[in-house]
Design a protein around this ligand. Structure first.
Ligand code: RAT
Ligand code: ZN
Length: 400
C-alpha cells in the first residue's frame, strides 16, 4: 500500500501557476475551516472579531485554544500534528514560531515535489470553478499545466444559484434568461462546452443539497436533465455529484458553517436508470445514506462511488464505510479522496486513511486465506492499485 502511487480524485488544490489559490504552510493548516468550527466552541469571541483578524492572528488563536489549552485529539487537530511529524519537525517543543520558520525556508515548487513524494501521490484532481474571478483569470490568460494536477469543472452556482448565476452568464456573453427556456438551456450547454474546451476536465462536479429532487420542476433538476446530462454524454465527461451538503446552517461561521442532511437516494436511482449511457461519480455526506448508496451502486454500473467526505472523514466512520463497501462492491469503488484544501494536508489525510484501509483489507484477505484461497504479493499490489485510482480510471476509460 505504501508503494502504490495514489490518484486523489477530489481536492481543492491547485498547481503553482494558479499563484495564491494554492494554499500551503502552517498558518493555512491551522485556519482550515474544520478547525475554525472547532475553535469557536471554546470561545465567546464574536464571530466578526475572528473574521477580522489576520490569518496569522487566527492561527495563533487556534494554536493556543486547540493545541495548548487542551489536547488536540480531534481528527482535524491530529492531522496538523501528523503533517509536522512527517516533515521532521519537533512536536515536543510546541513552538509555533519555529514551525513557521521551517515553512518560510521553503520554495513552493520544491515543496510540491516533497509533499507529493511523501504522500506518494500520482496526481490530484483540482476543483476548478469558472465562477471564481481569480481562477477564471488564470484559465482565460492560459497557464502552464502540471500533469500532477488534473482539472475538474465545478458548476455549483449553475445548479443551486441559478437566479444569480444567469446574470454572470449574461455578462460573459451567453444569451440566457432567468426562465429556463429552450434558448437558455442551449446557451447553458454552450457555456459547459466552452469550459470543457478550456479545462479538459476529468469530470464536471457539483455539491448538492440533501433536498435534491430529480426529476422535479426545480431549476436544479431542469438544468441537470436538460443540459448537464446531455453535455456529459456528448463530451464523455462524467458528472460528479456530491450530495448532502447543507449550506450555511450557521452563516456566522462562513465556509465553516455548512452542515449535513440525509438525502433521498431516489434522485440518483432515477438518473442512473434513465441515463444508462451517462457516467455518474458520487459521494454522499450523510452517514445515513451510505448503505443505500452502496446498494444503488450494485444496481447501476454507470455509478462510481468514491471517498469518505468531510464529516465522514474520521477514522471510526472511514472504517465502517470501507468495510461496508468492500463487502458489497468488492474492489469496484474508490475508497478515499483527500478533499485537501492545503497542500500539506495530502500527507495526513492519506496517512490516516491508509492505516484504516490497510486494516480492513488485511481482515478481508485473512478471511479468504482462512478458506484456503492463496494470495501472492503481485495480486495484492494489483488490488491496491485498483482501489487507489485503477478502478476510477477504468470507469472513466481514460488514461492519464
Ligand atoms: O470538505 C470540504 O472542504 C468542504 O468544505 C467542501 O469543500 C466540499 O468538499 C466541497 O467540495 O464542496
Ligand atoms: Zn471538496
Amino acid at each position: 500500500m505504501d508503494e502504490t502511487p495514489i490518484v486523489d480524485v477530489h481536492t481543492h488544490l491547485f498547481d503553482e501557476s494558479f499563484g495564491g489559490l494554492l494554499l500551503w504552510g502552517i498558518d493555512e493548516l491551522l485556519t482550515y475551516h474544520y478547525l475554525v468550527a472547532e475553535v469557536m466552541r471554546y470561545t465567546d469571541m464574536p464571530y466578526e472579531k475572528f473574521w477580522n483578524m489576520t490569518k496569522k492572528e487566527q492561527a495563533d488563536f487556534i494554536w493556543k485554544t486547540l493545541f495548548l489549552e487542551r489536547s488536540p485529539i480531534s481528527e482535524s487537530n491530529r492531522g496538523v500534528l501528523t503533517v509536522l511529524k512527517e516533515l521532521g519537525l519537533e512536536l515536543s517543543t510546541k513552538n509555533l514560531d519555529s514551525y513557521r520558520e521551517f515553512f518560510k525556508g521553503l520554495k513552493i515548487g520544491d515543496y510540491i515535489d516533497m509533499v507529493f513524494d511523501k504522500a506518494h501521490i500520482k496526481y490530484v484532481v483540482m476543483t476548478n470553478d469558472p465562477f471564481v474571478d481569480e481562477e477564471r483569470k488564470v484559465w482565460k490568460k492560459g497557464h502552464k499545466a502540471d500533469s500532477r494536477f488534473k482539472s475538474a469543472l465545478r458548476i455549483d452556482p449553475l445548479l443551486v444559484k441559478w437566479p444569480s448565476a444567469y446574470l454572470k452568464l449574461k455578462e460573459w456573453g451567453y444569451d440566457v434568461s432567468e426562465k429556463l427556456t429552450e434558448k437558455t438551456l442551449k446557451e447553458i450547454k454552450r457555456f459547459l462546452n466552452d469550459w470543457i474546451d478550456n479545462m479538459d476536465p476529468v469530470y464536471m462536479a457539483a455539491s448538492l443539497p440533501p433536498t435534491l429532487a430529480i426529476p422535479s420542476d426545480t431549476e436544479t433538476s431542469l438544468i441537470v436533465e436538460n443540459a448537464i446530462v446531455e453535455v456529459s454524454k456528448e463530451r464523455d465527461v462524467p458528472f460528479a455529484m456530491m450530495i448532502g451538503a447543507k449550506k450555511l446552517t450557521n452563516p456566522e461561521l462562513q465556509l465553516a458553517g455548512d452542515s449535513v442532511g440525509k438525502a433521498n437516494i431516489e434522485s440518483l436511482e432515477y438518473l442512473a436508470r434513465n441515463y444508462p449511457h451517462n457516467k455518474f461519480i458520487v459521494t454522499m455526506l450523510s452517514r445515513e445514506n451510505q448503505h443505500e448508496l452502496v446498494v444503488t451502486a450494485r444496481k447501476f454500473r454507470n455509478l462510481h462511488v468514491f471517498g469518505c467526505w468531510w464529516f465522514l472523514n474520521n477514522p471510526s466512520i472511514i472504517e465502517e464505510m470501507t468495510r461496508e463497501r468492500m463487502e458489497m462492491l468488492g474492489l469496484s469503488f474508490t475508497p478515499q479522496h483527500s478533499d485537501a484544501r492545503v497542500l500539506d494536508q495530502l500527507i495526513y489525510k492519506w496517512k490516516h486513511s491508509k492505516e484504516i484501509i490497510k486494516k480492513v483489507l488485511v481482515e478481508k484477505y485473512s478471511q479468504i486465506i482462512d478458506s484456503g484461497w492463496e494470495l501472492d504479493e503481485k495480486e495484492i499490489s494489483r488490488d491496491v492499485k485498483i482501489l487507489f485510482g485503477g478502478e476510477f480510471e477504468e470507469f472513466l476509460k481514460r488514461d492519464f
